[in-house]
Ligand binder design. Sequence first.
Ligand SMILES: C[S@@+](CC[C@H](N)C(=O)[O-])C[C@H]1O[C@@H](n2cnc3c(N)ncnc32)[C@H](O)[C@@H]1O
Length: 375
Amino acid sequence: MDKFEFIATSTFGLESVVKREIIDLGFENIKTSDGAISFTSNISAVPKANIWLRSADRVLVVIGRFKAETFEELFENTKALPWSDWIPKNGNFTVSGKSVKSKLFSIPDCQSIVEKAVVESLKKKYNVNWFEKNGAKYKIQVSILKDTAILTLDTTGPSLNKRGYRQSSVTAPLKETLAHALIALSFWKKDRILLDPVCGSGTIPIETALKAKNIAPGILRKFVSENWDIIPQKLWKEERKNAYGKIDVNLKLEIYASDIDSKAIENAKHNASLAGVDDCIYFKVQPFEEIKLMDDYGICICNPPYAERIGTINEIEKLYRQMGNKFNKNKTWSVYVITSCEEFEKLYGRKADKKRKLFNGNIKTDYYQFFGTRP
Ligand SMILES: C[S@@+](CC[C@H](N)C(=O)[O-])C[C@H]1O[C@@H](n2cnc3c(N)ncnc32)[C@H](O)[C@@H]1O
């Protein structure tokens, strides 16, 4: 089978998590750059990567890569690429673009040149002058970095964080892909208790349960490339069947999720049931200060309110102090908190063992990590 180059895109800061996932899926020739992890595989990577990647945003297939310092170079090199291998006569294609530190900096011009070049290439191949564009969707992207153009097709469609289970959410829910990364960056293991005491719509507990039970995050949803002729339908069917077969249905988990807001807990329960993990998460309406740490060696991973988003400063500072008071008394617990509050360690009353810069949407945050003693 032919080999292709793919790019899994990720939020800035999550590249190492996505790279680990790509290694675990068995792909080869992995290279990492800012927000992009490239790898090679045959076409079966499209269903596999889309259905299984937990922290990537989307999966692109690279159609070509070349030097482009002039519009002519961009046009001729784009035209020479094998577009008709991918896009059928009635393919509904669009072009988006970006350019960084390059001579060709006008994005609208680059987009329109790429579109013209693709049209010319397809016209020649299909021997037609007019395309109806009423078939499957193809999103071409031209990205020019330091005068090198990469032409890709998006195989994903709506971003991979849209798993399909989050029908209801609270204010400021975490992206599912980031929630998974918080778990992957922690010391949590299947046999440890997980607590999210400010769970909102339940994203962290649900992603934990999906990961632990080996439920593929994309198992419930569709991808734009499922309508592409180049990918045999049987590859999608086989990957889904394989994914269903890999679910650990008998795994017992201890995941506790609570929130002060009863509406949030109602939403979280509903989402967990859609995700098929409501049997292993214990939900409760409970203000943080009433939480009792019954067992030792638990792991708390949470996304409390930040000033920019919800709650008043006083309420938020009080909550951060309460968190420190509770967890600092039990040295066996490990606590992981994502927040944009720069005063967090001061309010929590302890310096983090590790901090990692992450973006939650456009908000710059830190992922504060307080390690408990080992069991
Ligand atoms: C940023 S949201 C969490 C979003 C969640 N990670 C998600 O993906 O939906 C913060 C949550 O903290 C809850 N909260 C605020 N103060 C609280 C307190 N004192 N005790 C428990 N929950 C609290 C809010 O009700 C809100 O749902």
